[in-house]
Design a protein around this ligand. Structure first.
Ligand code: ATP
Ligand code: HSE
Length: 316
């Protein structure tokens, strides 16, 4: 996450006074990430994460996200558990933004990926999909193919300044992916994370210790979540596809939840779609991020390279 909103210690102390999680010892903004403002809070009771929801998050949907995390944590998945205040409310308001405190998870995200970590990632992704069963509220994917065209057009020709011809290339790729995209009931659906990048997975001693950042989660094809991971985890130096990583993710996933033939056949299309989704949100952010935000913009072109890779394969 990033820090778009600054907080004064007195504001935070008063806010914490409405919870039973101790008094403030220290806090600091967390620079990682791009979506919301996050703070690490140290209280006399332990460490917590405070999130102020900023941009792409629709406040009306926050109860769905917090409810999903409660559901998943209740089914044994190591994800942040929303903390309620003394009145039993987890979704609050602070600095004119929706705000929530969650539990802090141990572990660190991997800086150097390898096949073993990818295997563990595949397993935990399948566990997440199974743990999501029984959470019946539906959240349509706000960043599904229907959103990509308008997002691309909203960027105008800005992409061409980054890479000449980018806009036309992505427009064409989008048409092809839209034509090949599975119809809604063609593949198994459920609750997906939809942003399970390496920075959102914590490890301890080679095992997954926590998954964070559920604010893109939605109800969609389970295999699309796998496609997102194949994009995010399988390119060395953000450039070169690493087949052994992809094989390990799929092997780990299938050790918990086997894919059916239709899902396997759809993977190249789903992977191209996932590449387009992250290319476009990164491009949009590249153009629209405030200059004074404590946030690192991410490279859209890393996903143009992924898109081209997945266009060139007949199976993943
Ligand atoms: N529950 C948690 N336990 C421990 N650390 C956390 C937790 N939640 C967030 N963090 C820390 O905050 C950082 C940013 O969080 P997160 O990835 O959720 O932000 P974001 O802005 O939504 O990012 P992204 O760009 O991945 O969408 C993480 O890398 C991690 O260091
Ligand atoms: N994980 C995303 C940012 C959040 O959508 C990216 O790397 O582009």
């Amino acid at each position: 996450m990033a820090v778009y909103t600054e907080l004064a210690a007195e504001t935070l102390e008063a806010f914490l006074g409405t919870y039973d999680i101790g008094t403030l010892v220290s806090f600091h903004g967390i620079a990682e990430g791009v979506e919301n403002s996050n703070f690490l809070l140290r209280t006399t009771e332990g460490d917590f994460i405070l999130t102020l929801f900023e941009r792409r998050v629709n406040a009306a949907e926050l109860p769905w996200f917090l409810g999903l995390m409660q559901h998943l944590a209740g089914r044994g998945l190591n994800c942040p558990l929303p903390v309620s205040d003394r009145s039993g409310t987890a979704l609050r308001s602070l600095a004119d933004r929706p705000a929530a405190i969650t539990t802090f998870l141990p572990g660190v995200s991997a800086t150097q990926l390898d096949a073993k970590l990818c295997l563990e990632l595949g397993k935990v992704l399948a566990r997440l999909h199974i743990a999501g069963e029984g959470y019946d509220a539906v959240r349509p994917n706000a960043l599904s193919p229907a959103a990509w065209g308008p997002l691309l057009e909203s960027c105008g020709e800005s992409g061409d300044a980054l890479s000449p011809g980018l806009t036309a290339e992505v427009r064409k790729a989008l048409q092809n992916v839209e034509a090949a995209w599975p119809v809604p009931d063609a593949l198994p659906r459920g609750q997906i994370h939809a942003d399970l990048f390496p920075d959102n997975v914590f490890f301890q001693n080679g095992q997954v210790s926590g998954l964070i950042d559920f604010y893109f989660a939605c109800t969609d094809f389970l295999a699309y979540d796998l496609a997102i991971c194949l994009n995010a985890w399988c390119f060395r130096d953000e450039k070169t596809f690493e087949p052994s990583f992809a094989a390990a993710i799929i092997q780990g996933y299938e050790s918990i939840r086997p894919l059916n033939d239709t899902e396997k056949a759809a993977l190249p299309t789903l992977c191209q779609g996932a590449a387009i989704r992250f290319l476009l949100t990164r491009l949009y952010d590249w153009i629209n991020t405030p200059a004074d935000a404590l946030v690192t913009r991410k490279d859209p072109l890393a996903y143009l390279r992924r898109l081209r890779h997945f266009q060139s394969v007949s199976h993943v």
